[in-house]
Design a protein around this ligand. Structure first.
Ligand code: FES
Ligand code: FES
Length: 176
């Protein structure tokens, strides 16, 4: 429309050029314009983490981020996790661990949990609390985290089904 702004980004390694209304969130861009419905709209207010995606390697609540703010960024959603560096082209290790540990029930929170876990591991590996600036720092390697630390670092991702114990187990499988 008349208020559209051009936005150029990459989504799961594919170049995307769209015109978006300045009020459009990244979540709505992904779900409604790009048909990437893996990222879920739970609360739409930054409270549940179901919409978590990675922007330049950093986990964000995509319901809080305007699409115009990700101009020039690299976005990875749950649909793209299997194509990231430490994946084997099939499943990302964290996806495999979630399957093996039964770390979901209804699955609604799962895409956000998975993206959050990947971002959290990169943060832990870099020693930074939240921002990963150097992708090399997010390289593979064991990260000693206690169950309590994992719970704390993943506390922005709610699970109505209470799958937390198995989620922590799955994350431990990948970090240790
Ligand atoms: Fe974004 Fe709940 S939908 S935090
Ligand atoms: Fe149902 Fe987490 S598995 S909300």
């Amino acid at each position: 429309g008349a208020t559209g702004s051009p936005v150029t980004l990459s989504v799961n390694d594919a170049p995307v050029e769209v015109e978006v209304d300045h009020r459009t969130t990244l979540l709505d861009l992904l779900r409604e314009r790009l048909a990437l419905t893996g990222s879920k709209k739970g609360c739409d207010h930054g409270q549940c983490g179901a919409c978590t995606v990675l922007v330049d390697g950093r986990r964000v609540n995509s319901c809080l981020l305007l699409a115009v703010a990700v101009d020039g960024c690299a976005v990875v959603t749950v649909e793209g996790l299997a194509r990231t560096e430490d994946a084997d082209g099939d499943l990302h290790p964290i996806q495999r661990a979630f399957l093996e540990r039964d770390a979901f029930q209804c699955g609604y929170c799962t895409p956000g949990q998975l993206c959050s876990a990947v971002g959290m591991l990169a943060e832990a590996r870099s020693g930074q609390p939240s921002v990963v600036t150097d992708p090399a720092l997010a390289a593979d390697g064991p990260v000693p985290l206690t169950d309590e630390e994992i719970r704390e670092r993943m506390s922005g991702n709610l699970c109505r089904c209470g799958a937390y114990p198995h989620i922590v187990e799955a994350v431990q499988d990948v970090v240790s």
